[in-house]
Design a protein around this ligand. Structure first.
Ligand SMILES: [Zn+2]
Ligand SMILES: [Zn+2]
Length: 402
């Protein structure tokens, strides 16, 4: 593979990007606590001459850059700032200095790649219109992307389209994957509470209504949601994560309350609605069957990540320009992970792409959210070049004139 000129140009910033990435990696901060990281990002951006707004959705940062060519369109490029509650493997010279926290999803790399692109575009503003560099807080479970949208991100920083990028462990360096339509799963959690009279399990069993029995039938019944309610060509996951009730020290007592919790993943709003409805109906029906009652809390956390066709084509074109079309899969399988970039895609057209984080010669790799994971420094220039290429594809003179 010949090195694309843009990737070569970004190599000028490689040492600086590695230094920034390691700095952020040493000082991981979890969701809505990214004060140091946000300050570092804002300071760099200001130093390069961008217009910077801090405190967007608490610890988020947004920087704006106008191109030197004529043009009215605007796009948002999004990275994420937060780390995870995971203890990193020892031995890295730039390893986490915070016990129990680490950048195990590569958000240190995502932030750095977007910074590298911002720096390049300040010096080479060969585009028309506006680029909004969005550094969002709290991607990992706390919905920082949702909060940014709710707090008026796109009213304050108008964007005709928005783009995201995540690293993919196991995908070779130099490759990209994406797909139009549903790409990543909706991630929901639920809790069902079964209540009966309870009673003495020996002498009084015939007088009790048994919440445990209702729960047991419910756990079996929800297996039919995927096998009998979701069509074979669609897909979903419903799993039980915990069951709590009774007292191990009192095996002769029928408890009056049992709580069962679980998760559900789906890829379309319709199947998401179906799972919530069937799960709730089955809880009430199985409770009623045994004289008990049920209460269900279904918590809609992250919606499915749905890529828009036009912007996904732009993302594929940008990646292909850098690495060649044979290294970009535009119809990749759906991923069971979830992402709160989905909240931004609910209100603006856009596309999420995945960049290969690499794979060892023996085929092994450390997946995200594991102690051995690390962002691959060797893709920093390619990732930054992707952002620059995307800006040129979206806001370049050719498109503006078209
Ligand atoms: Zn993650
Ligand atoms: Zn992530």
């Amino acid at each position: 593979m010949g090195t694309h000129s843009l990737v070569s140009a970004l190599t000028e910033f490689e040492r600086e990007m590695i230094e920034i990435r390691h700095d952020i990696h040493r000082h991981p901060e979890v969701g809505f606590e990214e004060t140091r990281t946000a300050a570092l990002v804002a300071e760099r951006l200001r130093g390069w001459g961008l217009d910077v707004t801090e405190g967007v959705a608490s610890t988020g940062v947004v920087a704006t850059l106008k191109g030197k060519l004529p043009g009215q369109r605007a796009i948002g490029l999004r990275a994420d700032l937060d780390a995870l509650h995971i203890q990193e493997v020892p031995g890295r010279d730039y390893g986490s200095t915070v016990p129990g926290k680490m950048h195990a999803c590569g958000h240190d790399g995502h932030t750095t790649m977007l910074l590298g692109a911002a720096r390049y575009l300040v010096e080479n503003p060969n585009f028309g219109g506006t680029v909004n560099f969005i550094f969002q807080p709290a991607e990992e479970g706390l919905g920082g992307g949702k909060r940014m949208v709710e707090e008026g991100l796109f009213e304050r920083f108008p964007s005709d389209a928005v783009y995201g990028m995540h690293n993919a462990p196991g995908l070779p360096v130099g490759q990209f994957v994406t797909r139009t339509g549903p790409f990543m799963a909706a991630s929901d959690t639920w809790m069902a509470t079964f209540r009966g009279t309870g009673g003495h399990g020996g002498a009084g069993a015939h007088l009790a209504t048994d919440a445990t029995l209702s729960m047991a039938h419910f756990v079996l019944a929800i297996q039919t949601i995927v096998s009998r309610n979701v069509a074979a060509i669609d897909t979903a996951v419903v799993s039980v994560g915990s069951v709590r009730g009774g007292d191990p020290g009192s095996p002769n007592i029928i408890p009056s309350e049992i709580v069962v919790t679980g998760t559900a993943r789906s890829y379309t709003p319709a199947i998401r609605d179906l799972i919530q409805k069937r799960l709730t109906d089955l809880a009430h029906a199985q409770a009623a069957a045994f004289g008990c009652s049920a209460e269900v809390h279904y918590d809609r956390r992250y919606p499915p990540l749905v890529n828009h066709a036009e912007q996904t084509a732009v993302a594929v074109a940008a990646a292909s320009a850098l690495v060649g079309a044979d290294k970009v899969n535009p119809a990749a399988p759906m991923v069971t992970g979830s992402e709160d970039f989905s909240f931004m895609l609910e209100v603006r057209p856009g596309g999420m792409i995945m960049i290969g984080n690499g794979v060892a010669p023996d085929g092994s790799f450390h997946n995200v959210h594991t102690p051995g994971y690390d962002f691959n420094d060797s893709i920093l220039t390619l990732g930054a070049a992707y952002w620059v290429q995307l800006v040129q594809t979206e806001l370049g003179s050719a498109r503006e004139a078209a």
